[in-house]
Design a protein around this ligand. Sequence first.
Ligand code: URA
Length: 449
Amino acid sequence: MVVPRLIERKRDGGALSGDEWRELIAHYATGAVPDYQMAAMAMAVLFRGLTDEELAALTGAMLDSGERLPRSATGGRRIDKHSTGGVGDKTSLILAPLLAACGVAVPMMSGRGLGHTGGTLDKLESIPGFTTRMPLSEAVRQLDAIGVVMFGQTEEIVPADRRLYALRDVTGTVESIPLITASIMSKKLAEQLDGLVLDVKVGSGAFLPNIADARTLARTMVGVGERAGCRTVAILTAMDRPLGRTAGNAIEVVESIAAMRGEAAGDPMEVTLALGAEMLLLAGGATGRGEAVQILKSAIRSGAALERFREVIRWQGGDPEVVDHPERLPRAPEIREVRVGRSGRMPPLSPRVLGEMIVAMGGGRRMAADAVDPAVGLEILPRAGQSVAAGDVLAIVHARTPASADDAELTLRRALDHAWQEDAEPLPLLLERITHDHAAPYGDPAWEH
Ligand code: URA
């Protein structure tokens, strides 16, 4: 294998054979192929794309660079959910214990905040003592015992992606549909799932904002999953505004606990129930969407979902008391109300601007090694589309210092002014559902089982 010749072929629009991809990735994972050659290859892929055969070979080669989560003899069907990333998206926190309470085995392997988007691991680690780092053997032991584990990608899983993702992040090669697909699907296939539900975000806060790109990404990931024997369904959901009332780390755990208590309504619950119903259907735990939603709601009403979350926290070394006393979670010292300056209809506030604002407050990372402040964040009170009057509370800022709260207040006012000028209609929350043989607007009666 002469790497420069492979790069030139891809650069000029040709294809690599399966063996060439396997050799390239195997050598990259061991360090024998240097980052500068892989960066050039990633850029060539970004411009030229991959054939279906190349994408399957690349995903398989990345998967084979590490270990797989061992299958176990016990437990229900293994189903996971993955989102392409957003702001205020706490659905994973609710879905993992909720589905486990319904008899589904959920190995929820999540990521950290990336760019302006939040990460499930950072949110969970705001619970005092909670650890998301564990070897695969420990993850399987917990999965077998309580039906759910919420952990981070270990060194053992898809090491080629750990290296390639970090490289793409600094070489302008993140926004490539085949590279995103290979990255996400190699990690999900390493979990040896029976089924996977993908939440593909659309709108200004998504990595691929426009719906045509999001649709192509969804179709591509569904195709790779199905060809690998993993039933895969994608739902396109709105990320033209933050999801729900909170964005930050501890503050999103508080909203998630309220949701598991049945005390939260609105957008996060709608998305949670839509994704959860797909997970339950893939697990064979319901015969139709209506029934699936009823099962999920009754697991919330009975307290079973919350009880399972308490067990997850206990197993993973956290303080289970936060479930009954969310005030034990870290709380920022500076709490500031920001009020609306004039009356009107609440426009969608840019998730990218608000996500970057939270990073600037310390709630996310600028560099991989940065520590995250678990306590800072934002509550946004009115929903997009709702009428607001001058003087109503727009948001409550949770900041580390008065100066940081000042900056956040200014950013919020500018974001609101800008959104008012744009006067955009909020996207429908649930846009489309995509399977290997069907794509339809969400809620289309044709796909009811
Ligand atoms: N998340 C991933 O894991 N990989 C990507 O390439 C993009 C989002």
